[in-house]
Ligand binder design. Structure first.
Ligand code: FES
Length: 109
């Protein structure tokens, strides 16, 4: 595992996704939900829109465009029209840093 700092803890607000560009090819939405931080790929698998613009509820994030919800833990879509999971990444707090491991995404395709 190789963790990279992507944000400061003070940037996180409960149920308010934070969009972070990790590198040229990857953006993630950091989500503080029920006291836990999740890192989920910030692009809906149905269309190229940001999941970070959607609402967080019941351990899911909803795509604002067509309403698919994705499990924050697994990245799995829970309703149509999306049928493919998005990647989720191990995430931890180290001191005041929010770190994710982009080398070991978890998917549930
Ligand atoms: S673009 Fe996300 S559900 Fe269609």
């Amino acid at each position: 595992m190789s963790y990279t700092t992507v944000a400061h803890v003070t940037e996180l607000n409960e149920d308010k996704p934070l969009a972070v560009d990790v590198n040229d090819d990857l953006s993630v939405a950091l989500v503080l939900h029920h006291g836990r931080v999740y890192a989920i790929e910030d692009e809906c698998s149905h269309g190229k829109v940001k999941l970070s613009d959607g609402d967080v509820e019941d351990s899911t994030i909803e795509c604002y465009l067509h309403g698919s919800t994705f499990d924050l833990e697994t990245g799995r879509p829970l309703n149509l029209p999306a049928t493919t999971s998005v990647r989720v990444f191990p995430c931890r707090i180290e001191g005041e840093d929010v770190q994710i491991d982009v080398t070991t995404p978890t998917t549930d395709y």
